[in-house]
Design a protein around this ligand. Structure first.
Ligand code: G6P
Length: 527
């Protein structure tokens, strides 16, 4: 059994702390030395991706200290316990089994006589069969016509991951002849969200997936009722247009109002649930079950790499440890995720939830306050768009923000044009290469307004093309990175008590049970 200790009690952490500002990245990345680093500091990931950390503030000494930290914090042992079914989610007293939805990494995990891997595979098959029947015209609307659009109703983990993955593969699926149905998403309780999506679809040929693990989320239940109302008003029978993805114990599971119900369980957290029916139903309907299976394969391959004890061969753990060095030793408060890929436009939004809801905590897994900083603020936008927006602060602002670039050699659609001796894809890639060096090395100018200090660390994940498999690997990489960081910080990364208070107060406002500032705000907003 691994021992769970606070980071500041570990001897290897004191050593790491003595290495503040150890590497001058502007110097390290200049000239031949820089060229050597780019070649050397790279770890293969799954599906042909590679994690290149040449422009991070590390060298052999820092890496050695990080390796000792990984050993002393027993990161791999903790991961083993997690996938073998230990109760890692101490706050909710639950196992954490999202890896099992894509692969069996360790021992079978059996709960009440049910093998959990078999359960997840059976639910995947149920989603696949349903999608195949819809595509084949065996499940149709009441008029016997095929469904053409699928709309997911969900929020948080029941929206962000699936939406990011759908957007990531929409063009790829069209270019590879696997595009089956257009997908849309309704998440916000703002009525303009549901109304606008409903106005943009052909209701008679639309399927709606109500996705809520708990089956109690206010926004999702409200939007479900909103959609039912629209269907009824259009003379359609809602139960012929809706399916549910939920846990077996939720109130939604008890309803007969759905064409089918695909189940998950309490052991897959919302923000880790894209690999369950939460992502599986909509992605199988939109692109076909084989595409979803490839996402799972890519994730499974990456998970296997994450079991390696050697940090130099484990891209997920290495990325996590470098992040800890940046947060706890260098003192950087945030991290930007910058995909040079339009397809990944919503991926940073997914990572915001995944990372900040997991590691935005100030008590350890035993409920005791910690005396060190934990999860960073995560934000991001695709490049090159971000360059024309917030990169000013990243280059010359007073805070150093570590950067996580993602880039691909090939575009998904392959439609391109040569203008002034380069294609758009080459222009995109040229920009990411330029940014890495600009951030690291800077450029001196007597005019301080034009001076770039450099010394701004970044890494890049490079791949051939964004495909279902490489997307799955990317997803798993970040999930595993967040998990390892939670282990280092001795957090429970798998609950989210911090979202409760606002929900409780909103209920009070709606029940007109308010006083003080809450009452005045209620009046101000005409509630
Ligand atoms: O899937 P649901 O149970 O509807 O939950 C949807 C979301 O809402 C909650 O408030 C949590 O903050 C999220 O972690 C969760 O993903």
């Amino acid at each position: 059994m691994a021992t769970w200790k606070n980071l500041d009690t570990l001897a290897s952490y004191s050593k790491l702390n003595s290495l503040k500002d150890h590497v001058n990245i502007a110097e390290a990345m200049s000239g031949e030395q820089g060229a050597e680093r780019v070649k050397k500091y790279s770890v293969p990931m799954a599906a042909g991706l590679a994690y290149n950390y040449a422009a991070k503030e590390v060298d052999e000494t820092v890496l050695d200290a990080l390796s000792k930290l990984a050993d002393e914090a027993e990161l791999i042992e903790k991961f083993q316990e997690l996938y073998n079914g230990a109760v890692i989610n101490t706050g909710e007293k639950r196992m954490v089994l999202h890896h099992l939805a894509r692969t069996q990494l360790g021992e079978p995990v059996v709960v009440d006589g049910v093998d959990k891997r078999e359960f997840y595979v059976a639910q995947q098959k149920k989603a696949a069969d349903f999608a195949n029947k819809v595509h084949a015209g065996e499940i149709t609307n009441e008029a016997g016509e095929k469904f053409t659009t699928v709309v997911q109703i969900g929020i948080g983990g029941s929206d962000l991951g699936p939406r990011a993955l759908y957007i990531a593969l929409e063009n790829w699926a069209k270019a590879n002849n696997t595009f089956k149905m257009e997908a849309k998403f309704i998440s916000n309780v703002d009525p303009d969200d549901a109304a606008a999506v409903l106005a943009s679809v052909d209701l008679a040929h639309s399927l709606f997936i109500v996705v809520s693990k708990s089956g109690t989320t206010l926004e999702t239940l409200t939007n479900e009722a909103f959609v039912k109302d629209a269907l009824t008003k259009a003379g359609l029978n809602p139960s012929r247009h809706m399916l549910a993805v939920t846990s077996e114990t939720s109130p939604l599971a008890k309803s007969d109002d759905y064409l089918t119900a695909i189940f998950m369980d309490d052991y897959i957290g919302g923000r880790y649930s894209s690999v369950s029916g939460v992502g599986g139903a909509i992605l199988s309907l939109a692109f076909g079950p084989e595409v979803f299976a490839d996402i799972l394969d890519g994730a499974a391959e990456e998970d296997k790499l994450a079991t390696n004890k050697n940090i130099l061969e484990n891209p997920d753990m290495l990325d996590a440890l470098i992040g800890v060095y940046e947060r706890n030793v260098q003192g950087y408060p945030s991290t930007a995720v910058l995909p040079y890929s339009q397809a990944l436009s919503r991926f940073p939004a997914h990572l915001q939830q995944c990372d900040m809801e997991s590691n935005g905590k100030s008590v350890n897994r035993f409920g005791e306050p910690v005396d060190y900083v934990t999860g960073p603020v995560i934000f991001g936008e695709p490049g090159t768009n971000g360059q024309h927006s917030f990169y000013q602060l990243l280059h010359q602002g007073t805070n150093i923000v570590p950067l996580q670039f993602i880039g691909f050699k090939k575009s998904q659609l392959g439609v391109d044009v040569d203008i002034e001796n380069s294609t758009s894809q080459q222009k995109l890639c040229a920009n990411v290469a330029a940014q890495i060096v600009a951030f690291a090395c800077g450029k001196e100018d007597e005019n301080l307004n034009k001076n770039f200090k450099g010394g701004r660390p970044s890494s890049i994940i490079v791949g051939e093309e964004l495909t279902p498999k490489s997307l799955g690997a990317l997803l798993a990489h970040f999930e595993n990175k967040i998990m390892f960081q939670g282990f280092v910080w001795n957090l429970n990364s798998f609950d989210q008590e911090g979202v409760q208070l606002g929900k409780v107060l909103a209920k009070r406002v709606l029940a007109h049970d308010t006083d003080g500032a809450l009452k005045v705000y209620s009046d101000l907003l005409d509630i």
